[in-house]
Ligand binder design. Structure first.
Ligand SMILES: Cc1ncc(C[n+]2csc(CCOP(=O)(O)OP(=O)(O)O)c2C)c(N)n1
Length: 356
């Protein structure tokens, strides 16, 4: 089955285009936009890990290594589309316009962090694995019923394909011909569980067959493959041709979250090797160098700009008003149940130093 789903690449590891059909679509401007966004999200990721180590945010889920998958797919969207992320997809949400301050607030345990920028349809990150898939299908189907040309994209990992919600989401999307792109980032592991222990199939793309929709297996570290093939899947969706499953084959270099140690379950040398050969940012740099478009000075300037942008978001996050501990009881139900009200009262009493 793996042979039926070969990995599609548009640019090889040395930065050479392997499919000339796309050459005319690749301008210097597009290349720089893709590159700058990848630099931006990588810089954010590194800073967020160091904030967590200093105790300035809570647990954090890094995505280093997956930048091409997240940036390429998010930039393929139209402004009016819907984005349903998992906890690892803030690289995609910030590329789509979610504010850095709110992303940091989210990782600081604040529900305010889930509020998208004005007019942006970004859902809060799905923490229970795969729950965001049926949501994305519902939103896409609603757009279809309203007669718009808007689509949904939903992000999830390889492990998520073992969940019922994955299958329910694909099934309904297929039945309803909902305008949705299922964007899987196959980073090889579900926490410590390698793909070979998670499923018998050699690919994730082939799971699309069961739902009679196209399944594409693409090189998730090749930003051109991600950008153009996601755009094509979104185009199909807008034209009423239904859902697509994309498997972007990639790798996370670091830990699952800052709460685990990847050296306990995999050989980190493999990550270092991939960093040298397959890194998405270096690959695009090689392409830019081949074209004579790479400029070291411009890179330093962009890095300085994104550092400044991120530092100012950190300052905003740190000066945000302190959380009210009773917030956790709000927003669970429209009207709090008796039990929740009681718990809130108990906590208030405790905070006032009163015994029950
Ligand atoms: C329903 C559910 N079961 C278990 C977990 C615990 N959990 C958190 S992340 C994770 C692994 C998910 O792996 P994958 O879908 O491959 O995504 P990745 O983290 O690699 O991006 C698990 C099992 C959870 N959050 N939700």
């Amino acid at each position: 089955m793996e042979n039926q789903f070969p990995i599609k690449t548009l640019m090889d590891e040395n930065g050479n285009l392997t499919d000339e059909n796309y050459a005319s679509k690749i301008s210097k401007e597009l290349t720089e936009t893709l590159y700058r966004n990848m630099l931006r999200i990588r810089t954010f990721d590194k800073k967020a890990i160091s904030l967590q180590r200093q105790g300035r945010i809570g647990t954090y889920a890094p995505y280093e290594g997956q930048e091409a998958s997240q940036v390429g797919s998010a930039l393929a969207l139209n402004q009016e589309d819907w984005l349903f992320p998992s906890y690892r997809d803030h690289g995609a949400t910030m590329t789509f316009g979610h504010s850095l301050k709110n992303i940091l607030l989210f990782w600081n345990g604040r529900n305010e962090g889930c509020v998208p920028a004005d007019g942006k349809k970004v859902f809060p990150p799905g923490i229970p694995i795969a729950t965001q898939l049926p949501h994305a299908v519902g939103a896409a189907y609603a757009e279809k019923r309203k007669g718009t040309k808007n689509a949904s994209i939903v992000y999830f990992g390889d492990g998520a394909t073992s969940e019922g919600d994955f299958h329910e989401g694909l099934n309904f999307a297929s039945i309803l011909q909902a305008p949705v792109v299922f964007f899987n980032q196959n980073n090889g592991y579900a926490i410590s569980v390698p793909m070979s222990k998670q499923m018998k199939t050699a690919t994730i793309a082939q799971k699309a067959l069961a739902y009679d929709m196209p399944g594409h297996r693409i090189d998730g570290n090749d930003i051109f493959a991600v950008y153009f093939l996601t755009q094509e899947a979104l185009e199909r969706a807008r034209n009423g041709e239904g859902p697509t499953l994309i498997e972007a084959v990639t790798w996370r270099y670091g830990a699952h979250t800052t709460a685990d140690d990847p050296t306990k379950y995999r050989n980190q040398e493999e990550s270092e090797e991939r960093r040298e050969k397959k890194d998405p940012i270096l690959r695009l740099e090689r392409f830019m160098k081949n074209k004579g478009w790479f400029d070291d000075e411009a890179k330093s300037k962009w890095l300085a700009q994104v550092s400044e942008e991120i530092d100012s978001a950190i300052a905003e996050m740190e000066s945000f008003p302190k959380a009210d501990p009773t917030d956790m009881f709000d927003h669970v139900f429209e009207k709090p149940t008796w039990g929740i009200q009681q718990q809130k009262q108990d906590l208030l009493q405790l905070l006032r130093g009163e015994s029950r």
